[in-house]
Design a protein. Structure first.
Length: 222
């Protein structure tokens, strides 16, 4: 009986360890998404937002990885009420927009009132898909967009709807010590690669006018 109990306990411990390993592998909040798959029309997103937040205006829309819940892509919607006394933040399942994950309102800070400008949806002539394709052209980028945002910003002194499109890619950079290790034994070489090979993230951010699609800026961050 004692041996059986030990086997049962050992089996349970191994099961728990395996379960934790599987969970850790499947939930990675830092994993990027293909934001180009989620290009809901801003007018429809505005309706979703105001349906839950009466007398509110939509200030910002973004598509991103939901860091609160692993790899789930979400639309993040933010806005304020007509008196600019309250702000609301909503997260909607990007694959099923009827699924509202979170919707919270709170008192609006005084500093935020002056910066609060509702999205002028009538002047959003470029849809998110158009914006992403233009951003790829401006940034000379073939990869998928990992995030996109739409909000008002000043362009030539005028409040204008502006898209911000982000691209993120992983690059493997090897140090000179790794190159030198190639002449040594296989074992030494493999251990040297593990220690000297470093994975870097390269980011590109493109801002463009949501009315006419013109490029505003392209920034590299690596």
């Amino acid at each position: 009986m004692k041996k059986n109990n030990k086997l049962v306990l050992l089996g349970a411990a191994l099961s728990m360890t395996a379960g934790i390993g599987i969970l850790g592998a499947s939930v990675n909040a830092d994993e990027v998404i293909n934001a180009g798959k989620y290009t809901q029309n801003v007018t429809q997103l505005q309706k979703i937002f105001t349906n839950k937040n009466k007398d509110f205006s939509l200030e910002e829309v973004s598509v991103e990885n939901n860091k609160d819940n692993g790899q789930q892509p979400v639309y993040k919607l933010e806005g304020f009420n007509s008196k600019k006394t309250k702000e609301a933040k909503m997260k909607v399942n990007a694959e099923k927009t009827s699924d509202v994950i979170k919707n919270k309102t709170k008192k609006m800070d005084a500093d935020d009132k002056s910066d609060a400008v509702a999205i002028d949806t009538k002047n959003v002539k470029k849809n998110p898909n158009d914006a992403i394709n233009l951003a790829k052209k401006y940034a000379n980028e073939n990869g998928n967009a990992t995030e996109w945002t739409l909000k008002m910003d000043k362009v030539n002194g005028k409040e204008t709807p502006v898209y911000k499109i982000e691209f993120e890619s992983q690059q493997n950079n090897s140090s000179s010590s790794e190159k030198a290790a190639k002449s040594s034994s296989k074992t030494k070489s493999s251990s040297s690669k593990k220690s000297s090979s470093k994975e870097n993230t390269e980011k590109k951010t493109v801002k463009l006018n949501a009315t006419n699609g013109n490029k505003i800026s392209v920034e590299n961050d690596d």
